[in-house]
Design a protein around this ligand. Structure first.
Ligand SMILES: NC(=O)c1ccc[n+]([C@@H]2O[C@H](COP(=O)([O-])OP(=O)(O)OC[C@H]3O[C@@H](n4cnc5c(N)ncnc54)[C@H](OP(=O)(O)O)[C@@H]3O)[C@@H](O)[C@H]2O)c1
Length: 422
């Protein structure tokens, strides 16, 4: 078979871009045999051309974006990250009729629809497999493999940093700060981990997945988002004693004529499929009307797993000539999730006798109590607490109680209210 040549202009040569250069070098003959395409990277945009980049030909590097976009490449791969200048690079590439592959979840969550429309108008393709769950081919599964299904629900662990921190807190019984420091030392968490630990990274990924799964546009603020920074080793221990593990879970679910989307820490039964997903791994459980439940799991980030997803888009686009279909419907109605579920609540208090008035407020708001405990601080740096396990009740009843308890002045600091999954 005579291989077709495909010239790639690469924007960015950091963690994922460097991985792509390595993978193309390592597996190019395999790709030629399997897909009949001969890949070559013709130019690479970076900020600092003098930086040490093992395995990268220095002559390919440039700091001028137009030298990448204007050198006759067939496809542009955007691995710069962030909103600008990445968006402008992609828009210029599409306008020039070039296929684009990107891993940029922040940009896709903000502006994915208009970029897909621009690709459609130009009859070129926009690939973004690496934007969600790194090496796991979940985008392709939703776009192609499961296209014959009505997706009813997808739920998953979409942020490797949160999962790594919660795994360390569970298995090593360390506090949040120590687990975060370890995640940073191992390169799983950024120097500024806010986007990860406050849930925004998972919310961006959930928005991208939900738009594909439900063929609809989802408003940027539709995902109810809560992070993990207030969870303590004691919370994890209490969950363990009840037979649960705490996981940071993203869920998108059809609810009547709308979709409920949320990202939050949840007590999952220790036997749940997602409970055994450890460390920096990701997983997505998809429920379709024809296939039932399917679990996708694996490495959600990192140089080679993410480069593997980028390369899968490159080869897919190279093999499928012809136009691109965005296949999105209109904007979908979204709902604030208000399932009935048991909840685990923890209130820091100065006086443990606050247990009486706190449980009274909960009951007044229709929140039944399975058990409540006043817990004295073990040492001077810790706080007294009231812990409550509720009966199944709507989230709105819990929210109303939390508002009344905060207004009563009984609470001294930030507590938590976690849903217990059955
Ligand atoms: N890291 C992961 O595991 C992972 C996983 C999935 C998706 N992603 C996504 O992949 C994308 C890239 O992430 P990354 O981790 O590879 O980022 P990174 O390591 O920070 O690399 C970014 C690259 O872009 C270059 N760059 C940045 N701004 C530039 C500018 N204004 N002009 C020219 N070059 C510029 C940098 O040049 P210098 O090298 O000279 O600094 C660097 O080579 C992001 O959208 C990210 O969300 C990352």
């Amino acid at each position: 078979m005579v291989a077709r040549k495909l010239k790639i202009g690469l924007l960015g040569c950091g963690t994922v871009g460097g991985g792509l250069v390595e993978l193309v070098g390592k597996n190019s003959s395999l790709i030629r045999q399997r897909a009949g395409v001969e890949l070559s990277i013709t130019k690479i945009l970076v900020r600092d051309p003098l930086k040490d980049r093992p395995g990268v030909e220095r002559a390919l590097l440039t700091t001028h974006p137009e030298k990448v976009l204007d050198n006759g490449c067939d496809m542009v791969v955007e691995l710069v990250g962030g909103i600008e200048p990445a968006r402008t690079f992609i828009q210029h590439s599409l306008a020039r009729g070039k296929h684009v592959v990107t891993a940029n979840k922040a940009l896709l969550a903000l502006d994915g629809f208009s970029l897909m429309k621009a690709a459609e108008l130009q009859k070129v393709r926009l690939g973004f497999e690496a934007s969600v769950c790194g090496g796991i081919p979940i985008i392709r599964a939703l776009r192609n493999g499961l296209v014959g299904n009505q997706i009813q629900r997808l739920t998953g662990i979409l942020n490797g940093t949160c999962n790594y921190i919660l795994t360390r807190m569970t298995e090593d019984r360390v506090e949040f700060d120590a687990a975060l420091a370890e995640a940073q030392a191992k390169g799983f968490a950024e120097a500024d981990p806010t986007l990860d630990i406050d849930g925004h990274d998972a919310a961006q990924k959930l928005k991208i997945l939900a738009e594909l799964a439900f063929h609809s546009r989802v408003a940027a603020d539709a995902v109810q988002t809560e992070g993990i920074r207030h969870i303590t080793a004691d919370d994890i221990q209490v969950a363990r004693e009840l037979g649960y593990v705490i996981k940071h879970i993203a869920t998108a679910e059809v609810a009547d004529d709308s979709i409920a989307l949320e990202v939050h820490p949840v007590l999952l039964p220790a036997t749940d499929q997602l409970a055994s997903v450890r460390d920096e791994n990701n997983a997505v459980l998809v429920r379709g009307d024809a296939v039932g439940e399917m679990l996708f799991s694996g490495k959600g980030a990192g140089s080679l797993p993410s480069a593997s997803a980028v390369l899968s888009d490159i080869v897919d686009i190279a093999c499928h000539k012809g136009g691109f279909s965005a296949s999105f419907g209109g904007a979908v109605r979204t709902a604030v999730p208000d399932h009935s579920a048991r909840h685990y609540l923890r209130f820091p208090v100065s006086d443990p006798s606050a247990i009486g008035p706190i449980t009274n407020i909960l009951e007044r708001n229709g929140v039944g109590i399975v058990r409540a405990a006043a817990v004295w601080a073990k040492n001077a740096s810790a706080q007294n607490q009231v812990r409550v396990l509720t009966q199944a009740c709507c989230r709105s009843a819990v929210e109303n109680s939390l508002r009344d308890i905060a207004a009563s002045g009984l609470e001294k600091g930030k507590g938590i209210a976690l849903r217990v999954a059955e």
